[in-house]
Write a protein that binds this ligand. Sequence first.
Ligand code: 2P0
Length: 321
Amino acid sequence: MTKTARAYTNIALIKYWGKKNKRLKLPYTNSLSLTLDRFYTDTQTEIINDKHDIVYMNQNLLDNNQNKRIISYLDTVRQMYSFNEHFKVNTVNHVPTSAGFASSASGFAALAASINETMNLKLDRKHLSILARNGSGSASRSIYGGFVEWEAGNDNETSFAVPIDEHPDIDLSILSVVINKHSKKISSTVGMESSVKSSPFYSNWVTLVSSEIKEIKQAIAKKDVQKIGELAEHNAMSMHALTLSANPSFTYFEPETIKIIQLIQELRQKGVFAYATIDAGPNVKIICTKESIQAVQTYIEQQLSNVTCVVANIGQGIQYI
Ligand code: 2P0
């Protein structure tokens, strides 16, 4: 029986938004994330005597349309490591549907680690990060715990994540505020492509990220949580400015997203520690301290009735169970 690979999701504090190479998922910029402890994917792969892969997700067999992205990834892995085996993949997402986190980061990190285990590839974590990136950019960062930087690189061998501090002794907690609404979703892949192609601010974004990465690494080293919060919020708003300034313009924000941003500003005026970060969807992740998180949650729940709050702390890297 092969071991199960477990990968946790991560939240980007300095975000990845745009690919210079679509096939290899090479980003234009570095990005920096925090791995979280609550949301993870468990994946097990078994070699089967067949010419096709089969994929179970959350105990359901995926059909040929649902499993396309995973099968195409397995083809890439077979090509990268020159083997022909096919697999039965069993993957379970422990990401509560109410938590508002995408599962592609934990999903592809766990799948990469699971293939490494089943095929006995003996990859070090750098090569595991490269393998995960080929599935989904943000998955490259979920190989490590704590603060992680994905170095953009120039080709398949040079684009991978590195740990900045895997076990940081720092007072940060994340409150995920989920807006219970199903809006039409523009995938990150499509959203990024449109921003790169048509936002007049895209080159400014590349310059901005390069300086914000340096600043946030200094703030992490100094455990300056306020500076980390300020940089993460500014970076997230700048990323979303790339969607608003694309042509045609689009946004991931819902009215409640803006409302939560305003509530966070009010909280700060009252002296409560809270900063917003938002990914390719309407939900807001609030960067809090252990002291502020309860007050932040209470205030948000008082002001907005139709939201769900989930608390997460700093999590670890890939595990084999
Ligand atoms: C990030 N996001 O840095 C950014 C911020 C969303 C907003 O990475 O096309 O699923 O598979 O490489 O990694 C989500 O996009 O995109 C993402 P692909 P991915 O976390």
